[in-house]
Design a binder for this molecule. Structure first.
Ligand SMILES: *[C@@H]1O[C@H](CO)[C@@H](O)[C@H](O)[C@H]1NC(C)=O
Ligand SMILES: *[C@@H]1O[C@H](CO)[C@@H](O)[C@H](O)[C@H]1NC(C)=O
Ligand SMILES: *[C@@H]1O[C@H](CO)[C@@H](O)[C@H](O)[C@H]1NC(C)=O
Ligand SMILES: *[C@@H]1O[C@H](CO)[C@@H](O)[C@H](O)[C@H]1NC(C)=O
Ligand SMILES: *[C@@H]1O[C@H](CO)[C@@H](O)[C@H](O)[C@H]1NC(C)=O
Ligand SMILES: *[C@@H]1O[C@H](CO)[C@@H](O)[C@H](O)[C@H]1NC(C)=O
Ligand SMILES: *[C@@H]1O[C@H](CO)[C@@H](O)[C@H](O)[C@H]1NC(C)=O
Ligand SMILES: *[C@@H]1O[C@H](CO)[C@@H](O)[C@H](O)[C@H]1NC(C)=O
Length: 687
């Protein structure tokens, strides 16, 4: 089926770009202007900055860009990875996410989980971008938003925290829109993929550009009709607080140049050189330095960092605050290395406790996913890539990434009776599951129960439990993936070594709770059902994975245990919750017990959201910048020190209103599943 004949036939069917194409004049693969990117080398480092930001990933650069809008403050970002300038095409060209991926390269942390009980006791890879922009420089660019109910539940979880109003849907949505500039699709993509959208649900002048790839494939045009025929309603546009339904979603692409729009291009490079902002690559933060305490807790004087494991440590002073933006792994890791965390974890590797905080690394959750794959003789983006044709090298084709998806609630997945049974049974199972919560600390258990209870409420209601995604980037095959959105399983991150260059132990607890297994099992059955539904089914041949031999619930569960893996959306390791719930940060993102340290990235999202996690993390960063500006303008307004009362007017306006290596895994799998796993790996399906 991959014969030359078929490739030729398929190429002939390509919706190729004609000379009258609107993109014709944009062939030059111009990337966002790099004039004065604020990047320095170690010799240019100042001794102190007002804000020292640990982690130059998605959130770190967004927070830095916003804080540096106030010319009266100075900002430093320390990024462990390289700048990315040497691999600019790999980052900027959307299709290179599949065809020339940075996964597994020096630009990937290449974390691995611990052996997963729920997955036949095998580990899984956990790619995370290690470069300016973090995972926003390497991921699959989905730009989605969760449901209103999920964010409002987050705010409710905060109880009487005086910043709880920042974490309501209205505030979060405004911050998310503030991060976004939406662009309508091209006529061609709109026609081929049957894109629908409502521009009023999107942002109009934010740093991150969102749109759809310039070109598309007929399979995407079949997607919504097929989902509707399979019982899933269509959505005109899922970005306004009700994401339920099937459609083509937005991606973070800048249509001016058909390049990836990510935190570096949007929040830093587009602004240009600023006198008050420094970004230092290859600066791996190893700990926070404390130099005393006030009534608000330990004060941080700055951080220690190293270029690499064998280079000398250096320090830099934070005049005002240290802000951790190392992501779900990096931020709790830095806290633990600094002696802030659960006593048993710190004792286990001999780190002296500076401040005991039982929730650090707890409440870790991730989306876990698997897929069904069919052979097809119809052209896919994978077919075009493999052809090596001129079209395969065009800017338009190389803007293609997958973006057909559907979010579905539990009644759509399993029916009403099963939903009622599941939610009732899960509630009565709580006491038993409490024994699995990986902490003996009562506050952590209270936090787990709070998350459990709102998750069960979500299951009984409207909130999406599963994401279904269509992948058209494999030559000769079509893949439909199912990803669990609201796990009841809880994981944790802890230390196996006090060496900052040894990755922390990451245990997401995949499929530990039987309800997660039930939902993902029914979800992957739904993925198969979609592939067997017209009009899509007429273009598909044999089911390759898991194959027709898999029929019973037991067959499916065995398949999940061998094939399931991350959907790349971990959250919760520095959860924003009350201290009495095992929280790590309060509603102002301040770490409990520390006077001037915040966490401002996806690790503070207290429970999973039915969304790819990049877009919500921009909202966290936008809100963080607003809160920090507000806190400092309040402090400054009261301060008698004249030199610190000059914060810019615009900031005062801030209102609420933001891997063991793959081989280890593949080798351990049955051959057919290993094939699928490597196909998924090659395709970067799920980012
Ligand atoms: C369905 O997919 C086929 C194969 O790509 C394509 O020819 C056809 O136009 C699509 N149908 C719709 C309604 O988009
Ligand atoms: C670095 O220090 C110099 C000299 O004090 C100062 O002019 C400059 O603004 C500082 N830069 C940053 C980004 O803090
Ligand atoms: C700690 O360091 C900060 C500078 O980052 C300084 O402002 C503060 O006075 C120091 N506190 C003590 C107790 O030395
Ligand atoms: C893209 O095509 C090239 C040949 O042109 C092939 O070597 C490569 O494996 C393809 N990439 C993927 C991910 O299919
Ligand atoms: C309810 O769910 C439990 C757990 O999956 C199952 O054992 C039981 O058979 C179900 N009951 C009904 C009536 O479906
Ligand atoms: C789940 O979604 C379907 C389709 O939109 C809807 O009819 C149903 O009411 C939803 N279920 C709940 C419990 O809200
Ligand atoms: C500053 O003043 C405001 C309003 O009067 C007050 O609420 C706040 O607590 C004061 N902050 C400090 C740090 O004194
Ligand atoms: C707030 O912003 C508005 C418009 O952006 C501006 O006109 C006004 O001067 C600002 N007010 C303050 C106090 O900065």
């Amino acid at each position: 089926m991959r014969s030359l004949d078929l490739l030729v036939a398929a190429s002939a069917a390509v919706t190729s770009v004609s000379a009258t194409s609107p993109f014709h004049h944009r062939r030059s693969r111009e990337v966002t202007k790099r004039a004065g990117t604020n990047v320095i080398d170690a010799s240019q480092l100042n001794d102190s900055y007002d804000f020292v930001i640990a982690g130059g990933g998605l959130a770190g650069l967004a927070v830095a860009g916003r804080l540096a809008e106030d010319p009266s403050v100075t900002v430093l970002v320390l990024e462990a990875g390289m700048s990315g300038d040497d691999v600019a095409d790999n980052i900027n060209i959307p299709g290179y996410t599949y065809w020339h991926s940075l996964w597994g390269s020096d630009y990937d942390w290449s974390f691995a989980t611990t052996a997963q009980d729920g997955l036949d006791n095998k580990p899984r890879t956990w790619p995370r971008g290690k470069v300016f922009g973090g995972s926003s420089a390497t991921n699959g660019m989905y730009f989605t938003r969760p449901n209103k109910e999920e964010i409002d539940a987050w705010s409710t979880l905060l109880g009487d925290d005086s910043y709880a109003d920042y974490w309501t849907w209205d505030s979060f949505y405004a911050a998310s829109k503030k991060s976004e500039t939406f662009h309508a699709p091209t006529d061609e993509a709109e026609a081929v993929a049957h894109i629908t959208y409502d521009a009023s649900l999107h942002g109009t002048d934010g740093p991150i550009h969102t749109t759809y790839p310039a070109v598309s494939f007929g399979f995407n045009g079949n997607w919504t009709d097929t989902c509707v025929a399979a019982g899933i309603p269509p959505t005109t546009d899922a970005l306004g607080g009700d994401n339920l339904g099937a459609g083509i979603t937005t991606s973070s692409i800048n249509p001016e140049t058909w390049t990836r729009s990510y935190s570096r291009s949007g929040y830093i490079d587009a602004v240009g050189s600023l006198a008050n902002l420094h970004l230092l690559p290859q600066a791996h933060v190893t700990k926070i330095n404390f130099n005393g305490s006030t009534t608000e807790g330990l004060t941080a004087s700055g951080v220690t960092f190293q270029a690499s494991a064998d280079s000398a440590p250096a320090t830099v002073t934070a005049n005002k605050e240290v802000i951790l933006t190392g992501g779900v792994v990096g931020s709790p890791h830095i806290l633990l290395l600094s002696g802030v965390g659960p006593k048993d974890v710190l004792d286990s590797v001999g780190i002296e406790v500076q401040h005991e905080l039982p929730g650090v690394g707890l409440h870790l959750q991730d989306h876990v996913s698997t897929a069904v794959q069919w052979t097809t003789s119809i052209e896919t983006a994978g077919t075009v890539n493999a052809s090596g044709s001129e079209y395969a090298k065009s800017t338009e084709f190389l803007s293609y990434i997958n973006s057909a998806n559907a979010y579905v609630n539990l009644t759509l997945i399993a029916g009403e009776a099963a939903t009622q049974n599941l939610t009732a049974t899960a509630a009565t199972y709580l006491d038993t599951y409490m024994d699995f919560v990986p902490s003996s600390d009562e506050t952590v258990k209270v936090g787990y129960k709070a998350i459990h209870d709102l998750t069960v409420d979500f299951m009984a209601g409207w909130v999406s439990q599963l994401e279904i995604l269509l992948s058209v980037t494999t030559d000769g095959a079509l893949i439909i993936q199912a990803g669990l959105q609201h796990p009841l399983s809880t994981g944790h991150l802890y230390l196996s070594s006090s060496d900052p260059f040894t990755q922390p132990a990451i245990d997401p607890g995949y499929l530990n709770h039987w309800a997660d297994m039930f939902i993902l099992r029914e979800g992957v059955k739904l993925a198969r059902a979609i592939g067997n539904t017209e009009p899509l089914s007429q273009f598909l041949s044999e089911e390759q994975y898991p194959g027709s031999a898999v029929q019973t619930d037991e067959d499916w569960e065995n398949y999940l245990r061998t094939s399931a893996s991350t959907e790349f959306h971990p959250v919760g390791s520095c959860g924003m919750m009350p201290l009495a719930n095992g929280g790590v940060v309060d509603g102002s993102l301040k770490v409990y017990g520390l006077a001037n340290v915040r966490v401002a990235d996806s690790s503070v999202i207290p429970f999973e959201l039915s969304s790819h996690i990049g877009s919500p993390t921009y909202a966290v960063a936008e809100l963080a910048a607003q809160i920090i500006a507000k806190d400092h303008s309040t402090t400054q307004a009261n301060a008698t020190d004249a030199s610190s009362s000059s914060s810019s007017a615009s900031q005062n306006n801030a209102t609420t209103g933001d891997d063991t290596k793959n081989g280890a895994r593949s080798l351990s799998l049955p051959l057919s599943v290993a094939g699928l796993a490597s196909a998924m790996f090659a395709c970067r399906l799920f980012l």
